[in-house]
Design a protein around this ligand. Sequence first.
Ligand code: PGA
Length: 289
Amino acid sequence: MYIRVVKDPRAVSSTTTALLTDEGGKVLKQRETYNLVLPTGSTPVETYRELIRRYRAGEISLDLIARTRTWNLDEYLPDTDREVWRYHEQSYWLFMRRHLFGHVTFANGANHIPNPAAVDLEAECRGYDESIATQGGPDVVLVGIGTNGHVAFNEPPAQKDSPTRVVGLAQTTVSDNAKKFFGGDLDAVPKQALSMGFRTILSGRKLVLIATGYAKAVTVGASVLGPVTGWCPASFLQEHPDCTCIIDTEAASIVLEYAKARGHDPRSGRFDVRSEAGYEHSVQTTNGP
Ligand code: PGA
């Protein structure tokens, strides 16, 4: 892993936006489309805002936008009223429209989100994975991390080879999301979701994990420095050959304390840490662009 520690959430968003657009430019020199997997949640909002700002400022090529295809990681699966869920203010379909797709003009049909209104959910999930695979697989998979270590709605204990499927939300996730998005109302949070599995996530050529704030520090520490285990699903990312974590100093605080205790000076810019699983991660500490 390459762990990039930057000053604050703003630096996370600008570093991430630069990475996403740079990678897109590289991919499109060799292929027709740039295939991007995108998350929802509070963390990526700033990154989407920065993408929109750069798009409006003419700093992102229109060719890149026209040739980008996106697949979201997940969507809630409510018990009832599934056919109108996408118009619920907390649906991920509407979230993406509010925070990105309503502001950046992608090609028609370029943006995919699992459909909870599908009559045959199994076929929907299978088709979702197939649609990514047949278009060449993900070039970049951008993910956030839950306080319980989940990636998408792959809750602990997670499996590395899971496909897109119907999943139950962990109680910690219901509680986190109730506080952040549903005014604290646990009953209002759907208890199931359609979630991309680790099989597709880990098939990405490049993975990018973003995290900000002290509330994520322990989880980030366990994910990058601990054993690789389904009990901390994000730890699977350690095994990927090209994974970059872009985190602010607060989310990095446990990693930095661990490094300091082993004689590294976080101000020195660059050093390596070894995880319990035996992986060497390269850490770069900067204030970001
Ligand atoms: P958050 O969620 O960005 O709102 O913290 C991340 C996640 O649950 O994956």
